[in-house]
Write a protein that binds this ligand. Sequence first.
Ligand code: ZN
Ligand code: ZN
Length: 384
Amino acid sequence: MPIQNRIAKFHEEMKSWRHHFHKFPELAYKEINTSKKVVDLLKEFKVDTIKTGIGGTGVVATLENGIGKSIGLRADMDALPIPEENTKPYCSKNSGIMHACGHDGHTTMLLGAAKYLSETRNFKGKVVFIFQPAEEGFAGAKAMIEDGLFKKFPVDEIYGMHNMPNLESGVLAVQEGPRLAAADNFEVEIVGKGSHGAMPSNSIDPIVCGSAIVQNLQHIVSRNSNPKETLVITVASFISGKANNVIPKTAKLNGTIRYYNENIGKMAKKRFYEVINNTSTAFGAKSIITFKKGYPPTVNHKEQSEFAYNVAKKVNGNNSSNIQSPMMGSEDFSYFLKQVPGAFAWIGNGNSASLHNPKYDFDDNILCTGASFLATLAEDYLNT
Ligand SMILES: [Zn+2]
Ligand SMILES: [Zn+2]
């Protein structure tokens, strides 16, 4: 069975919802009008229940048809603090904010699935539609879980999807295992002793110490981490000093650590502290480390990935793939996958600008494929 015929019939309607979301983008936890529009549409579709305010601006709707299993389907609603550079009629009206990650499309596809499933109800059990806030760095998924999402709406399995520029338009790709990385962030303040630039022996130079730290951190990747595992340590900022004849007192480094395997992450964190503290001591300096644990790795469960791939093939035929390289970006769907078995899929956004680019736009042509995929995941999971 290809794209659900009924969904194809309301493609224009879905486009209008998507353009509305795109025109009025809102930042993390401020998705007030976005969630209101989501609620208005869900009411129009006559879903069974709607609950707002979960994890801030999150919305959860349900459809129930007799006793059976339950499935969660998730979309993210937030936009980014990027001024849009597109010129389409539905461009952002909210200055400095745009849907540069396609969450307008994700929300629309889930709404499309909700409209179809509410009309047809060709399933036994319960579908839980999760519209989450604040995916972009502010852990809306975690906020919803902490606000009792799975206690109020228990689900047996959960599925989500993200668009992917440069993957052929409409291709559905899902594979087991790590899909996106964990992302921890750090700030380090190296405190030394300032002096005249011509009298270095009077100083404890935080720039020389910081340079050694930057070099030594790379040895964690090349010499402490198993070469078969993935680890990235990036110092992205090194700020110190102002004048060409002054050795400053302090230097600041910040950056990010990315990995797929949480044991590698633990090792990297332990060695990170050791390398910085010991290198600082060797130079007679002190370092103040602020380590910020970020999203965990997004790891797809095996059985659920195979199921989702089979659904993708059913909806999309050969435009489906179960081979897709994992990425070093991160995604807070990871929090859901730590609680409930499930899978996170990609849907190709075609030859578009990359995610988080001011010229990015979601591909309207993939709305029906995405909505059909989500709806069929629910039907097939609940009917077997
Ligand atoms: Zn993003
Ligand atoms: Zn995104």
